[in-house]
Design a protein around this ligand. Structure first.
Ligand code: ADP
Ligand code: MG
Length: 429
């Protein structure tokens, strides 16, 4: 069987450039040029008609520039990967282009090798995402009814904390949010679902006498006693379910069971905060599915924002409602005036078309000493930033469950059904 053929669309206002690209691509048997456009607007039309896998997009064009065209194409053909083409001097544009959703860029003059490897790379990157959509969607459709009845809608609120980028502050925010929510006299459980590199134990200085491993052994009948037994209680009173104590132990947990465990646990608590690993696999996606809220943690750096962009696109493709996502910018440094790799938050908000729900400043001293003492930041200095910001975030998340239009949750679920076919399947009893 022949391999996949990558469908490529060229968008450039200069005829020679289009011709050169065509010639370079002519001999690659796995690449097919499905169209060429001379303006951004024309590119949009051809993209909608031909559904290319990869779009080579010039930045500077009359009529509609490459950045605007990229933004529009992300809406109409989300599966297409845009590669921005520019000359060296346009590096500021390039940054905006990446934020607008471009997957990669090429600097003119473009060599054949760069061109081929970039096209194949972004195609593979997007293909992985596409396959993931497809696999999860079909699993959902096949198992949908059965799974939905089995998992059902949890009584407690599941709040997943996630970032596509390691070290963004997921564990930090999950730990502090859980502590802040608990202080209101509600039952809160923090669950570490990072099977291999779970950090919650280290952050809170808890040793794993018991962990997820015991629960995973009897997913079918998790009774109150067993649950109570495997929880560890932090000095603050917070209940914590730790991840496996070692990678060997991790093998005893079937990742497929994680969502089910989380959902079953949620019925015993008011809020269940899930610290998710960065790797996006089916186990993580299943938890993101059943979560009522996803706290997406980003840092103001280009690689992180680029990955967050992919994740937000994925959430749109999965038809998660907007209200489900809570967008947190961590490691914001108000004093940083360029120079380092930090991007202004407003620029990120404009480009992602999404306001931050919380901004947590960088504070090495406070975060480091909290970890060293095994306590959450908010336990230390509640009235000052960054602790205050973390408390406000927790408050905001809690409020999001009690806003007037969401008071009747059953109603909300009903309304959401047409928008979110697979999700609503999971919520239906
Ligand atoms: N706003 C911040 N300022 C300073 N250090 C931070 C901040 N947020 C997180 N950290 C530190 O960064 C490291 C990585 O954070 P962590 O929560 O483990 O990230 P993740 O779980 O996303 O991998 C930790 O040592 C943490 O204490
Ligand atoms: Mg972590």
């Amino acid at each position: 069987m022949a391999g996949d053929v990558i469908k490529v669309l060229l968008v450039d206002d200069i005829p020679e450039t289009r011709e050169n690209l065509r010639k370079l691509l002519a001999f690659e048997t796995d690449i097919e040029v499905v169209g060429a456009a001379s303006t951004g607007r024309e590119g949009l039309e051809i993209a909608a008609a031909t559904k290319p896998d990869v779009i080579l997009m010039d930045i500077n064009m009359p009529d509609m520039d490459g950045i605007t065209a990229t933004e529009e194409i992300k809406k109409s053909v989300p599966s297409a990967a845009v590669v921005m083409m520019s000359v060296q001097s346009e590096s500021d544009y390039l940054r905006r282009a990446m934020l607008a959703g471009a997957r990669d860029f090429l600097t003119k003059p473009i060599s054949g090798d760069d061109l081929y490897s970039t096209i194949r790379r972004v195609y593979d990157l997007n293909k992985e995402l596409r396959d993931q959509f497809a696999a999860v969607a079909s699993a959902g459709a096949a198992e949908g009814g059965k799974k939905a009845r089995k998992i059902g809608k949890a009584a407690g609120h599941i709040i997943a904390v996630y970032s596509p980028q390691g070290g963004s502050g997921v564990t930090t925010i999950a730990t502090n949010m859980a502590t802040a929510m608990m202080s209101e006299g509600t039952r809160v459980l923090l669950v570490d679902t990072d099977l291999q590199f779970g950090d919650v134990g280290v952050f809170l200085n808890l040793s794993a006498k018991h962990s997820l491993v015991e629960l995973a052994q009897s997913v079918g009948d998790l009774d109150e006693d067993l649950i109570e037994n495997v929880m560890v209680t932090h000095g603050s009173g917070l209940k914590v379910l730790l991840g496996p104590p070692s990678p060997e132990e991790a093998e005893k947990v079937n990742p497929k069971d994680l969502a089910e465990i989380v959902s079953r646990l949620a019925s015993h608590y008011d809020y269940l905060i899930v610290d998710l690993p960065h790797r996006l696999d089916d186990a993580t996606l299943n938890i993101l599915d059943i979560a009522e809220r996803i706290v997406v943690v980003a840092n103001p750096t280009l690689p992180c924002i680029k990955n967050v962009r992919i994740i937000l696109d994925l959430f749109v493709a999965l038809q998660y409602p907007q209200e489900k996502i809570i967008f947190v910018m961590n490691r914001v440094n108000p004093d940083l005036k360029g120079g380092r790799a930090s991007i202004p938050i407003e620029a990120i908000e404009n480009n992602l078309k999404r306001k931050t729900d919380a901004r947590i400043p960088t504070d090495d001293r406070v975060f480091l000493s909290a970890v060293n003492q095994g306590v959450s930041v908010i336990a230390k200095e509640t009235n000052r930033s960054p602790a205050r910001d973390l408390v406000e975030l927790a408050y905001k998340v809690r409020q999001s469950f009690t806003s007037p239009e969401e008071e009747d949750e059953e109603d909300l679920m009903q309304q959401e059904q047409p928008k979110q076919s697979r999700l609503s399947g999971l919520f239906r009893r």
